[in-house]
Design a protein around this ligand. Structure first.
Ligand SMILES: [Ca+2]
Length: 227
């Protein structure tokens, strides 16, 4: 820069200052009038309807409706949210197992030595009527062998996840599982029909052997949350 060519008093001539000052004041007044300045009284956490709609909320499509789905919450002598009904002849048939869970620290194990035993673990879940839901769970099995046919010719079933009415009637069950297999995901869909509450049940029906359940999921709509 050549000081002789650009003297200090010519860098910002006074004739530019007044219009710029008026422009600044005019902009500041406009912001205050429209409520957009930094001292605006509109709280920062107020969401527009569009922003609120994008956020997940209770009852959203992908929410898992099962409580304690991975069998990680347990108090003394009980498993939170689940009703345990071991077979009458094998009252210790249902336990938490810390060995090789599908997730977390434990899975639910049903172990039966009597082929006529039937142990059930269930939970009531609120639903919307006439709505499709998808149930899935992870299962592992060791040597599940069904009971022979009873007096009516009906064999034992094996291990299964089932959705029923709260009065005990079935709505829909996934395929019965037998034999031995490592962790696998079992999925089914059902429609709630007129019901506003269903009973989600996992059980080992009239069979010997061991079955483990973990990460039970029930979501509204067709397809699991991971789909
Ligand atoms: Ca678990």
């Amino acid at each position: 820069m050549n000081p002789a060519k650009y003297p200090a008093n010519k860098v910002f001539p006074i004739r530019y200052f007044v219009p710029l000052a008026l422009l600044f004041l005019g902009t500041a007044f406009q912001n205050v009038a429209s409520g957009q300045d930094k001292n605006s009284v509109v709280p920062a956490d107020v969401k527009t309807p569009e922003a609120a709609a994008r956020e997940p909320s209770a009852g959203s499509l992908r929410e898992n409706l099962v409580m304690n789905p991975g069998f990680e919450k347990s108090g003394q002598d009980e498993l939170e949210y689940w009703a345990l009904m071991p077979a009458k002849s094998e009252l210790s048939a249902i336990t938490l197992d810390g060995a090789d869970p599908h997730s977390g620290k434990s899975s639910l194990r049903i172990s039966q030595a009597d082929a006529e035993s039937y142990s059930v673990c269930k939970q009531n879940i609120p639903v919307e009527p006439d709505t499709d839901y998808t149930v899935s769970c992870w299962m592992k099995a060791d040597n599940i062998i069904r009971a022979d046919a009873d007096s009516e010719g009906v064999r034992g079933g094996g291990a299964r996840v089932l959705i029923g009415k709260t009065d005990g009637h079935g709505i829909k069950g996934a395929d019965f599982q037998q034999g031995s297999f490592f962790w696998k995901k079992v999925t089914m869909t059902f429609n709630s029909g007129p019901d506003t509450k269903v009973s989600l049940q996992i059980f080992l029906h009239r069979s010997t052997g061991d079955v483990w359940f973990d990460d039970i999921e029930m979501v509204k709509g067709i397809g699991t949350a991971a789909d």
